[in-house]
Write a protein that binds this ligand. Structure first.
Ligand SMILES: Cc1cc2nc3c(=O)[nH]c(=O)nc-3n(C[C@H](O)[C@H](O)[C@H](O)COP(=O)(O)OP(=O)(O)OC[C@H]3O[C@@H](n4cnc5c(N)ncnc54)[C@H](O)[C@@H]3O)c2cc1C
Length: 291
C-alpha cells in the first residue's frame, strides 16, 4: 500500500515546527523517525494532509546531564540514547528498555519522543517514563509547559498532547542511588512488541526496608500502568517471598487486559503476575548487592 497524498514540510527548528502546526491545525502530523507513522500511513490507518518533518532539526546537545536526572530531546534517536555514556551511567534501566525495542535498524531511525507520543501501551519508553517519574516539556506556537508522564497517557495511542503541540524533551528522573531495578517482558520473537511487560525499581535503607518502590506494567491495559497497590504494600517493609506473593495478588487490580489474535486476556493477567514477581526479585537482589 502507498499513503494517501500529503503535503510535506521540513521544519528547521522546534519553533518552526510549532508555526507550521499552528497554521495547519488538525490536518497536520509531526514526522520524527517515521517508524510508526509511515507504516500507519501506508496502511491508510493515518491520513494526515500535512507532514511536518522534525528529523533534521539541528540538535547538537540532545542529551543533558541535569541535577535530578537526564534530559533527552524528543528527536534523539533510540540508538543514540541507548549508547549515550550519561544515560548508561545514570539510567541503566532505560538502556535495558531501549535494547528491548525492535531491532537496531529501527532504533537508528525511531526517536525517543516518537515512541512516547505514539503511546502504544505495549511500548517500553512510555512505561519507563512512569517508572522514572518523567516530565515532558511541551511546546506550541503560543505556550510552553511541563506535564508529568502520569498525566500524559489517555488510552490506546492517545495522549494529552494537543494537535498544535510538539513534545520537545523528556526529563527522566534518576532514582535513588544504590537502587536495584529489573525489566522483564514476554514477546513472540526477539524484537517484537511485548505481549506483557513489567519493570520495577527498589531502593533500600540501611535496615533493608524499602524506601522507594516503582512497579510498572505494559501491554496489559490501554496505557502503561503503575501498580500503586503493589508499591504501597512494599514501602517501609523488608521484602520477603511472602510479601512478593501478596504483591502478585495485587497486580490484577491494574490489569485490564483484552484478548487479541496473539493471546487471551487470562494469559496476559497470569503473565503480568509472574513477570512482576520476577522484576521485584531481581530488583531486590540488585539493591541488596548495591547497598
Ligand atoms: C518492526 C517494528 C517493530 C517495533 N517494535 C517495537 C517495540 O518492540 N517496542 C517499541 O516501543 N516500539 C517498537 N516499534 C516502534 C518504534 O519504537 C518507533 O520508533 C516509535 O514508535 C515511533 O518513533 P518515531 O520516531 O519513528 O515516530 P514517528 O513514526 O515519526 O511518529 C509516531 C507518532 O508520534 C508523533 N510524533 C513523533 N514525534 C513527535 C514529537 N516530538 N512531538 C509530537 N508528536 C510527535 C507523530 O506525529 C506520530 O503520530 C517498532 C517498529 C517497527 C517498525
Amino acid at each position: 500500500m502507498k499513503p494517501a497524498n500529503f503535503e510535506y514540510f521540513r521544519a528547521t527548528s522546534i519553533d518552526h515546527a510549532c508555526e507550521l502546526l499552528s497554521a495547519h491545525a488538525d490536518d497536520a502530523k509531526i514526522l520524527a523517525g517515521g517508524q510508526s507513522l509511515i507504516a500507519a500511513m501506508n496502511y491508510r490507518l493515518a491520513r494526515p494532509q500535512v507532514l511536518i518533518d522534525i528529523s533534521n532539526i539541528d540538535n547538537p546537545s540532545q542529551i543533558t546531564d541535569e541535577t535530578d536526572g537526564v534530559r533527552i530531546k524528543a528527536t534523539t534517536t533510540q540508538a543514540i540514547a541507548e549508547h549515550d555514556p550519561v544515560v548508561r551511567e545514570r539510567l541503566p534501566m532505560l538502556v535495558d528498555a531501549l535494547e528491548h525495542i525492535a531491532h537496531f535498524q529501527i532504533r537508528n531511525k525511531g526517536t525517543v519522543g516518537g515512541s512516547i507520543v505514539n503511546a502504544d501501551p505495549a511500548s517500553e519508553l512510555p512505561a519507563m517514563s512512569l517508572l522514572l517519574d518523567a516530565e515532558y516539556e511541551i511546546q506550541s506556537k503560543s505556550n510552553r509547559h511541563v506535564m508529568a508522564a502520569e498525566d500524559f497517557f489517555i488510552t490506546y495511542m492517545t495522549t494529552a498532547l494537543q494537535s498544535d503541540e510538539v513534545l520537545v524533551s523528556i526529563l527522566f528522573k534518576e532514582p535513588p542511588k544504590n537502587c536495584g531495578w529489573a525489566l522483564h517482558e514476554v514477546a513472540r520473537r526477539a524484537g517484537d512488541y511485548a505481549l506483557v511487560g513489567s519493570a520495577a525499581i527498589i531502593a533500600l535503607d540501611d535496615g533493608g526496608k524499602c524506601v522507594h518502590v516503582r512497579v510498572v506494567l505494559f501491554g496489559v491495559a490501554s496505557t502503561p500502568v503503575r501498580a500503586k497497590a503493589v508499591e504501597e504494600l512494599l514501602v517501609g517493609q523488608v521484602c520477603s517471598d511472602e510479601l512478593f506473593e501478596e504483591a502478585a495478588k495485587r497486580v490484577s487490580e491494574v490489569v485490564d487486559a483484552e484478548s487479541d489474535v496473539h493471546v487471551t486476556d487470562e494469559y496476559r493477567g497470569n503473565v503480568a503476575e509472574v513477570l512482576t514477581v520476577r522484576s521485584l526479585v531481581d530488583a531486590l537482589n540488585r539493591a541488596q548487592t548495591a547497598s
